[in-house]
Design a protein around this ligand. Structure first.
Ligand SMILES: NC(=O)c1ccc[n+]([C@@H]2O[C@H](COP(=O)([O-])OP(=O)(O)OC[C@H]3O[C@@H](n4cnc5c(N)ncnc54)[C@H](O)[C@@H]3O)[C@@H](O)[C@H]2O)c1
Length: 717
């Protein structure tokens, strides 16, 4: 017997999408699939939840029923969680609470069925998908590479609201549940079994059979459930007064750093504790209420907005003409080239790294090995995979013939002439006309580079940030002649590396360095006026930035800051006059972390050698020193960043406000909980920002004069 829950055609190949389907076999086992076979992504929309509800009721009424298998629609997919559009649309906390109550009541039907329910999980089993699985009596996981299980809701500013906090905490104990939920961790096969989140991991081909085996095993014993008990530390830290230790530790972690800006983990913590202190129904009710409260917060709306932007960014690599790069040559094995080449090799590209010197190449291999060792220690890679990555990265001082190279990328010294010559040499060495010629320049003109080679249309900027292993943004720079296909290929490559591409026009500083320039420049001016580096950095950390601007300058290096500020000054002579601190620190060789310290010591704390430079510059000033207050710091550092971002949009550097939001969150760590810089600006009030900048232009200097675009927007609202 086959039953579709929707009133639509019933042949196997033609099942309606967006609803669940089930069939009852001769063995009395119902297999309930969460979607139709042609659905590559399954989420819990309202329709799918209602169809699940109806299906579970119908299945429960089957007289021959001996067990139920919950499965995804087909290979590589279980359920990716609740439909995020639904989360976005809820603006009343009561609606959020009601949705949670409804979702959980549907999932609870699995518990009230008299027969065993086994979740057969393959592919993503996230959020609501994982919560459904947690209501099953047994969980069997496939070893399919796409399989991942977890509750990442806090990343959207909410918590698992369909009963997940209670069921998870009871299953794995409080310490493990805290780790999983508060960090939104996703686990793969063995990790999930070790955590106690799933009962068995089996080969993909045996998943359904293994799930049925579990039903037979329970049936033979005449039981619905597996008997489970928390043991050892999981028991002591969950069910005894020692619980207070685990709670205190988690609470402390949530009050530090950036965690303090996110309310969801705090509420999730309480819900996880409730699993051991309240009866189930009261704990479920508290969880639903907490979800309702969180789902309407600006933090959640901002994080959901960013989620959609990352999804949109992923589509950039799917546009027409986007080639799948297989073989790459990276020229320049320094800080950037070594990191980029390592990333290429890790993601499966056959890569050759060239440098004029052997020493950086040897260092590049060692750096990659260090990175791979770390991942092997964490269980993310096996020894043979580590070896395969190293094998994919060849090094040499000669580029050789380039006929089979799909992508040539340079990361050598920041010198236009050198870069142009290297591009010409690549063409002379047989680089195909359709191969991509890319530059990692952070300040030079891509257009000027493309004018020096035949087929300029394939020249594109692929601007990685330092360190390339960690930084999630890639600016894809379109020169005047760059084709859409070359841009799409660069975007596809960035996505393959797990990064988010933002397409930017070829202009000084591109997007990120352009916006960063007034920010770090102003921080340096505040330092000279007498504000302490600690006060400046603390103000920006309290605003939500991952690092203060003085620490950032130490990381970038004052030599680089001097070079970049000269480029920005040439482009914007009125607004971007470099602060004299940059040149003075460079002259004194107090460059930052690379030279044993700058403003701070080499490890980023305490006084660095640059304090003496600062003191001497301060002493030369005619005006007495003064400490700027918190409000002034925010206005002088963040408001010009807002103005600069809108200038970039108005000058056509990026196509939309969405690009500004994603680019600056991923590129400079603008606080994600704001939803991005334009969302922050709107909440702060564009008129307020404009008025504050006008006042600063009068009292501090004309560089604060807001742009016409900002004024226009402020008036329009
Ligand atoms: N360092 C950063 O934070 C950062 C961030 C983004 C972009 N960039 C850009 O990346 C590029 C490289 O910067 P970096 O910091 O890695 O520099 P680096 O000085 O660390 O490395 C440059 C490497 O290029 C090699 N090299 C120089 N001329 C060469 C040639 N003709 N052929 C082959 N190799 C040559 C050098 O030996 C050196 O190993 C620059 O364009 C820079 O603007 C740097």
């Amino acid at each position: 017997m086959t039953t579709n829950v929707a009133s639509s055609p019933t042949t196997a190949a033609d099942k309606p999408r967006g609803v669940v389907h089930w069939s009852l076999g001769q063995d009395g086992i119902a297999v309930l699939r969460l979607g139709s076979t042609d659905e590559t992504v399954v989420t819990f929309t309202r329709d799918r939840l209602l169809s699940l509800d109806a299906a579970l009721q119908q299945i429960g009424a089957e007289p021959r029923l001996r067990g139920v298998v919950l499965a995804g629609p087909g290979p590589g997919m279980f359920c990716a969680g609740a439909d995020i559009g639904l989360i976005q649309d809820i603006t009343d906390c009561k609606d959020g609470e009601a949705a949670a109550v409804q979702g959980r009541s549907i999932f609870q039907r699995c518990r009230s069925l008299a027969v065993p329910v086994v979740a057969a999980i393959e592919g993503p089993c996230l959020g609501g998908g994982c919560e459904l699985a947690l209501f099953a009596d047994v969980r069997v996981l496939s070893d399919h590479p796409a399989t991942q299980i977890g509750l990442p809701e806090v990343k959207l500013g909410i918590l698992p609201g369909f009963g997940g906090t209670f069921t998870l905490a009871r299953l794995v104990g409080l310490p493990k549940a805290l780790d999983l939920v508060l960090n939104g961790k996703l686990l793969r096969g063995k990790q999930a079994a070790k955590a106690g989140l799933v009962d068995r991991v089996v080969p993909a081909s045996k998943l359904l059979a293994a799930a049925k085996e579990e039903i037979e095993r329970l049936a033979q014993k005449g039981r619905k459930h597996v008997r489970r008990k928390l043991r050892g530390m999981a028991y002591w830290l969950s069910c005894t007064p020692l619980r207070a230790l685990a709670v205190r530790k988690a609470r402390q972690a949530l009050q530090q750093g950036q965690a303090r800006f996110y309310p969801a983990p705090q509420k999730a913590l309480q819900c996880l504790v409730n699993a051991f202190t309240l009866p189930a129904e009261r704990a479920f009710a508290a969880e639903a209420k907490a979800l309702g409260d969180l789902i309407v917060t600006p933090v959640s709306k901002g994080l959901v907005h960013l989620f959609f932007l990352t999804e949109r960014s992923k589509r950039l690599g799917k546009q027409d003409g986007a080639l799948d790069v297989q073989r790459a040559l990276v020229v320049g094995g320094g800080v950037m080239g070594a990191g980029i080449a390592g990333q290429f090799a890790e993601k499966g590209l056959r890569t050759r790294l060239c440098d004029v010197d052997l020493a950086p190449l040897v260092r590049a291999k060692a750096r990659l090995q260090q990175e791979l060792d770390k991942r092997q220690r964490r269980g993310q890679l096996q020894a043979h995979e580590v070896q395969a990555v190293q094998d994919r990265l060849a090094i040499g001082t000669e580029a050789g013939h380039l006929g089979s190279t799909d992508l040539w990328l340079e990361a050598v010294v920041e010198d236009l002439g050198v870069k142009q010559k290297l591009m010409q040499a690549a063409v002379a060495r047989g680089l195909r006309d359709d191969a991509i010629l890319a530059t990692n320049t952070s300040s030079l003109s891509v257009t000027a580079m493309q004018r020096s080679v035949p087929h300029p249309e394939r020249v594109v900027g692929i601007h990685f940030f330092n360190p390339p292993e960690k930084m999630p943004l890639v600016e894809v720079i379109r020169g005047e002649d760059t084709t859409a296909a070359a841009v799409a290929t660069a975007c596809r490559l960035a996505l393959r590396l797990g990064k988010f591409p933002v397409v930017v026009q070829d202009a000084p500083g591109f997007l990120v360095n352009r916006c960063l320039a007034p920010y770090v420049n102003e921080a340096a001016r505040l330092l000279l006026e007498g504000t302490s580096p600690e006060a400046i950095d603390r103000a920006m950390l309290d605003f939500g930035m991952p690092m203060g601007p003085c620490r950032l300058l130490d990381e970038i290096g004052f030599d680089v800051a001097t070079k970049v500020s000269a480029v920005m000054h040439a482009a914007f002579p009125q607004r971007m006059v470099p602060c004299e601190l940059f040149a003075a620190m460079t002259t004194a060789k107090a460059l930052g972390q690379k030279t044993g310290g700058g403003i701070y010591g080499a490890d980023g704390t305490g006084d660095g050698p640059g304090r003496a430079v600062l003191a001497s510059l301060r002493a030369q000033r005619a005006t007495p020193g003064r400490e700027a207050g918190r409000g002034e710091l925010l206005q002088r550092l963040v408001y010009p960043l807002v103005d600069e971002a809108f200038r970039c949009l108005d000058e056509g550097l990026v196509a939309s406000e969405d690009d500004l939001d994603l680019g600056l969150v991923m590129g400079i760590g603008f606080p994600p909980f704001t939803g991005g810089i334009t969302w922050f600006a709107r909440r702060e009030g564009l008129a307020n920002i404009t008025a504050a900048l006008d006042a600063l232009a009068r009292t501090v200097g004309p560089r604060f004069q807001p742009s016409d675009g900002l004024r226009r927007r402020a008036l329009a609202r």
